[in-house]
Design a protein around this ligand. Structure first.
Ligand code: ATP
Length: 393
């Protein structure tokens, strides 16, 4: 876990001089004109839990890197604090002694940069093991750990080559392997894929998501690419002029932009690609209960009767025969579906939900841990298409 609490970053001599002006909400330009100081970040608060990827997003100069770099001491914190969960408990990073801070940097935090920063005179495996060697691990363990990480990123057979024999994408994979080899809980990533071709970039994003499934790191990831942010982030923090203007789930960023700046960012995003069943659905408690059934739609006189198991659940229109429901498995062919209501999991993408709605002729049910938790009808789909969040009537 890492938490940024009311972090201000000011560059220049005697940076505290900027604080009163910042508190008066003066603009960056005014602060610079009056003090000669550059405001990098103003009052940024953000918490990233274990297993989460938080993407800092914004235009060039919005303060993403300035904020990220406070998390391992590469940038000063002029005011505010950064709390980091370490083996010794939660620590206020900038209040620590130089030695303790070094320990946190060594054992808890790793950073991956845009440029691969590999040492050309070392082999690939030596590059991956470099930090571990600095930590004082013996040569055999270092080699084993390095090889394990190289296997994870599919580069084991390149272990004894020099970095310049590898393509850019492969070098960045080595960068990832090196970061993961440190086995730290927190990984900071500053535009790690920006220098790569689009195709390689997509592959590395997929690989990062795949690794994250098992490694469960706390990741703070800087990007200026909305598609990348939407794909990778459990949460996205959009920054403008040094401030976080919205910190939210990808779905909410797209469906409920907090300001015009965010709205402009997401204007060309198709919600179908981003929104999932969880965000689309209306939770069950939104539907009135009568005689042990819930009324799903007044217009269609549609009722849901929950059973102990999903297989006992029934959807009924008026007095017609109750319909059994069937669990949808991701990737199954739509054409072979019976004309029967389906149940999806909360992560199912809107695109698929719409296809299922169309194919089955019924609304779509959502289940989590084998219990129905919500329902997606046409109205919910229209709302999302119109950029409104579910339930805002
Ligand atoms: N070391 C520094 N000294 C002085 N000003 C700095 C320093 N680092 C960053 N800045 C300024 O702080 C502001 C925020 O920059 P920052 O690099 O954090 O933005 P960014 O959103 O990461 O942009 P980019 O995508 O271009 O990297 C900018 O005005 C920048 O010029």
């Amino acid at each position: 876990m890492i938490e940024f609490k009311n972090v201000d970053v000011v560059f220049g001599k005697q940076p505290e001089r900027a604080l009163p002006l910042m508190d008066q909400q003066e603009s960056r330009q005014t602060i610079q004109d009056q003090t000669g100081l550059v405001m990098g970040v103003r009052d940024a608060s953000l918490k990233v839990g274990k297993g989460e990827i938080c993407v800092l997003m914004g235009l060039s100069g919005s303060g993403k890197s300035s904020l990220l770099r406070t998390a391992n001491g590469l940038n000063p914190v002029t005011r505010g604090s950064i709390l980091i969960e370490t083996e010794e408990g939660v620590q206020d990073f900038h209040a620590l002694s130089e030695d303790d801070r070094r320990n946190v940097r060594m054992n808890t935090i790793t950073m991956v940069f845009q440029k691969f920063a590999l040492m050309p005179w070392l082999t690939v495996a030596e590059n991956v093991g470099f930090g571990l060697e600095q930590k004082g691990l013996d040569k055999k363990t270092v080699r084993e750990k390095a090889m394990h990480q190289l296997e994870l990123v599919g580069l084991a057979e390149w272990a004894d080559k020099r970095p310049d024999e590898l393509s850019g994408g492969m070098q960045q994979r080595v960068g990832l392997a090196r970061a993961f080899a440190m086995e730290t809980d927190i990984i900071l990533m500053d535009e790690p894929f920006s220098a790569l071709d689009p195709l390689i970039r997509t592959q590395l994003q997929d690989e990062l998501l795949h690794l994250q499934e098992t490694l469960n790191k706390t990741v703070v990831f800087v990007s200026h690419d909305l598609d990348e942010a939407l794909k990778l982030g459990n949460h996205i923090a959009i920054m403008k002029d040094g401030e976080i203007v919205q910190h939210d789930t990808p779905e909410n960023i797209v469906l409920n932009p907090a300001t015009d700046y965010v709205r402009d960012f997401v204007a060309h995003t198709n919600p179908v690609d981003v929104v999932n069943a969880q965000a689309l659905m209306r939770p069950l408690d939104r539907f009135a209960e009568e005689d042990g059934r819930r009324r799903i739609s007044k217009r269609d006189d549609c009722w849901l009767k929950l059973g102990g198991h999903i297989s006992d659940t029934r959807l009924q229109y008026g007095d017609s025969t109750p319909l059994a429901v069937t669990q949808w498995t991701e990737g199954a062919t739509l054409e072979s579906l019976p004309k029967q209501p389906v149940v999806v999991n909360p992560q199912t993408k809107m695109q698929e939900v719409m296809a299922l709605r169309y194919q089955t002729g019924h609304g779509v049910l959502v289940a989590e841990n084998s219990a129905i938790v919500g329902y997606i009808g046409d109205r919910d789909i229209y709302h999302a298409m119109l950029g409104k969040l579910i339930g805002d009537d």
